[in-house]
Design a protein around this ligand. Sequence first.
Ligand code: SAH
Ligand code: AVI
Length: 336
Amino acid sequence: MAPSQPRQPLAEASIRIDSHLDGSHERSLAEDVLDGLTRPFKELPPKHFYDARGAELFDRICELPEYYPTRAERAILEQSADELSTLTNAVELVELGSGTAAKTRVLLDALDAAGTLERYIPVDVTESMVRDCAEALAQEYPGLRVHGVIGDFERHLDRVPPATGPRIVAFLGGTIGNFPPGSRRRVLRQIARLLGPADHLLMGTDLVKDPRVLEAAYDDAQGVTANFNRNVLRVINRELQADFDPEDFDHVALFDPHNEWIEMRLRARREHTTLVRDLDLPVHFDAGEELRTEISAKFTPERLQGDLAAAGLELVRWLTDPDELFALSLSRLSSR
Ligand code: SAH
Ligand code: AVI
C-alpha cells in the first residue's frame, strides 16, 4: 500500500474565492466621484464607505446602544431560523453584502441542524471581508463548501454560481434600504434572477418608527457613525489622491418624513476647495454646503410588498421582533 498522503485540512479544500473587481471598483469610485461631486447637490453612493476600516467601523456601529437594527434582526433570526429552514429546505445560502456574516450563523446553524446545508456563497465588495468570512465559516462548519464572490452586487450578480438545489438568497441588515426607490426595484429585479421556483429571498428591512429613535441610531453619542461617514473621504484620498481633511466636515443625520428615510450627509465647516488629483478635479465647497453620503429607507409592510411585486416576487412570511423595530421577509418568485 502506498504511504497515505497528509490530508488537506478540510477548511482549505472547501474554499473557493472569485474576485470580479480587478481595478473596476476603483474605476467605479472615480466615476461616482466625478459624477457625484460635480452635481448641484453633491452626492456619493454608500458602497464606498466599506474599505477595511469602514467595515470595522460598521461592526462597531452594530454594537452601539443606539443602533437597534442588528440586535432586532438577530432576535428575529433566533426566533425563526428553524421555521425558515423547514420552509425552504435550503442546501445553499447566497448572502449579498455578507460583511462578517455575524448573524448569518444563526441561519447556518438551523440549516446545518436540519442536515440540508452544503454550500455558502458570501458576496461582498470588500475583499478582506469575503476572504476572512470564508475562512472562518469553513472552519466553523466542517464539510461546508464556501464559494466567496468578491464583487459589486449591482454589477456582478451574474457571476454568482448556479444553484445546486433549493437556495436562500439572504440580503440582511437593511442594506436594500440604502438604495433610492427606483434603484431599489432594479436591484430587486436583478436579485430575483438568482431565484428559481424552489428558492427564496430572505431580506432584512428597517421599519418606520419615531424619528428620534431613528436619528439617534445614525448619530450615536460616541461618534462612531460620524467616523464611519467621514471614512468615505479617507477612501477617496487614498484611492484617487485627493486631499480632503475629514475634520473639515460635520456629520449630519436627519429623518426625511416625506420619503421616510434617514439621510447621512457631510457638511463643510468652512469654504474650501479640494483637489482630486487622479481626476484633475477641483471640488469647491461653500461653508455649510452638504454632500449626501447615504440614504437608509425605512419600510412599512405595504412599501415592501410594492417593491417585491415590482420585482416579480411575492411574500411568504413577514417576521418582526417583539417591538416591531425591524422586519425579515421571506419571498419567492410570484406564481402569477
Ligand atoms: N449583512 C451585514 C453587513 C451589512 S453592511 C449585516 O447585516 O450586518 C453592508 C455590507 O454590504 C458591507 O459589508 C459592504 O461591504 C457591502 N456592500 C455595500 N454595497 C455593496 C455593493 N454594491 N456590492 C457588494 N457589497 C456591498
Ligand atoms: C448597511 N446599512 C443597512 C446601514 C444602515 O443602517 O443603513 C449602514 C449604516 N449607516 C449608518 N449606520 C449604519
